[in-house]
Design a protein around this ligand. Structure first.
Ligand code: BES
Ligand code: ZN
Ligand code: ZN
Length: 454
């Protein structure tokens, strides 16, 4: 779905839309015509968030629609109005900033590729400047949502690679991939092991872009296109949503698109281990020991803790180029969801200043993140009897922390931040329809913009 389909910059023929708070309605009520006052009263319009009323101008001809913002929640009001209104073209009476206007398209997003009946768009008239401010962000989020929502029989590791290759081409970036046995040849043993049972070959995808003069930022996304759990198979209810286990990859693809379209003065590297955690004769087993890219040995205690294994290969590779910063996004643990719920991105980092700056950026763009500790004493939970590390502690306690500590074992002398995300809205709220979702994308983009563009 394209975000640009929800906005135009030129048109004569539109319905006026006006946002109004409860207080504003109260104080301005006397200025409305008797006819409109009647409509307001009979339809019980009080300006509460989500309420809508259709009024008429003095000639009684043109409609003007009022949408309640409650105590001034314009973003939510716009999101709700975009869903409640009839298909057509609208123009806001107020001049709102691009951040607020984002709500219009984000709310209307639906994944209707496989629906025979599609909804018509409600289109908003905006200025060129407003559109420039909002469209790259909206489209990054749309791209992320689409990739997560695509079914796993279509969005497999090969599909992710084709997607990244296309994006690389349109921004004149470099695309490279290691597929199947070439992963072993070039020493990505964990990606190969985890993805080896699938009919679709595992791969490591790489995109590089930007001038070598600029600081190198590496984005890594977990691209497990379906997580059955492997031989440690998941029960049906836990497996049901596991098409979203490539949510980290979807998000770094959306973010990369955003960075490149805004031409940020950074050198970008994207690394995506793209695999399916499947079951078959070639499946890796509990008890297997993998010698990782950096020589550390890992005993596979549980094949369902596959994300940390494939990410470890990508992190070691990333560190070899000594970037300024590594950012990874992953739907890594159910434990992170128990800790901070479905809406907040759990953040882990080895850098205090980075934590503060990211928290600040997240607050500014209202994209919630919450820092969790890389508590060193819990490293002992990752011990194995027969290898350097186990991929799964014997206790489920602190599961998000131990997963992050596992990743940290593969980070060498680089500032690193890891986001453990849900990547999915379990219910619909204003601007956040049920289904695939970007989480932490806007926060990280804002951080990069503030750090590198000022
Ligand atoms: N993809 C899952 C994590 C997940 C589950 C994310 C539910 C979001 C919602 C991951 O690969 C996994 O299965 N993790 C296990 C780890 C355990 C075996 C140590 C988990 O969280 O239970
Ligand atoms: Zn798993
Ligand atoms: Zn997984």
């Amino acid at each position: 779905m394209y975000a640009k389909d929800f906005y135009v910059t030129e048109s004569q023929n539109f319905t006026l839309l006006s946002l109004i708070s409860e207080k504003e309605l109260e104080s301005e009520l006397s200025q409305f015509s008797e006819y409109n006052k009647n409509l307001i009263n009979t339809q019980n319009f009080t300006g509460k968030l989500g309420e809508i009323v259709t009024l008429y101008d003095d000639s009684g001809q043109a409609r003007i629609i009022y949408a309640g913002t409650g105590s001034g929640e314009q973003y939510q009001a716009l999101a709700i109005a975009s869903l409640k209104l009839q298909a057509g073209l609208y123009k806001l009476e107020q001049k709102l900033n691009a951040d607020t206007l984002l709500a219009w398209s984000l709310a209307q997003y639906t994944f209707d590729v496989f629906k025979n009946n599609k909804n018509d768009a409600k289109i908003l008239l905006v200025t060129d400047e407003q559109l420039q401010g909002l469209l790259p962000i909206a489209q990054a989020i749309f791209t992320t949502r689409d990739l997560i929502n695509f079914p796993p029989n279509i969005c497999n590791p090969e599909y992710l690679s084709i997607t990244l290759k296309k994006i690389a081409k349109s921004y004149k970036a470099n695309f490279k991939q290691w597929v199947g046995k070439s992963l072993l040849k070039d020493n990505f043993p964990a990606i190969f092991a985890v993805g080896n049972a699938s009919n679709i070959q595992p791969r490591l995808l790489s995109l590089t872009w930007g001038s070598k003069k600029h600081p190198l930022i590496t984005l890594i996304g977990k691209g497990v296109c379906f997580d059955s759990g492997g031989l440690d198979i998941k029960p049906a209810e836990y497996m049901r949503l596991m098409k979203k286990d490539m949510g980290g990859a979807a998000q770094v693809i959306g973010l990369a698109q955003l960075i490149m379209s805004k031409n940020l003065p950074i050198r970008l590297q994207v690394l995506i281990p793209a695999v399916e955690n499947a079951i078959g004769a070639q499946a890796y087993r509990p008890g297997d020991i993998i010698t990782m890219r950096n020589g550390k040995t890992v005993e596979v205690d549980n094949t369902d803790a596959e994300g940390r294994l494939v990410l470890a290969d990508a992190i070691v590779k990333a560190c070899e180029d000594k970037p300024d910063l590594i950012i990874d996004f992953a739907t890594l643990t159910g434990a992170a969801r128990a800790a901070v719920g479905t809406d907040i991105a759990a953040m882990f980092t080895n850098n205090e200043q980075l934590a503060k700056d990211l928290e600040n950026a997240a607050t500014l763009v209202k994209d919630p993140i919450w820092r969790m500790p890389l508590y060193k004493d819990y490293e002992k939970l990752l011990e194995s009897d027969v290898a350097d590390l186990s991929n799964c502690p014997k206790t489920p306690y602190a599961g998000a922390i131990t997963a992050a500590l596992f990743l940290q074992k593969f980070v060498t002398d680089v500032a690193w931040v890891h986001f453990d995300i849900m990547a999915f809205n379990v219910t619909s709220t204003p601007g956040k329809p049920q289904g695939g979702e970007a989480m932490g994308l806007q926060a990280v983009y804002k951080y990069l913009e503030m750090k590198y563009c000022s």
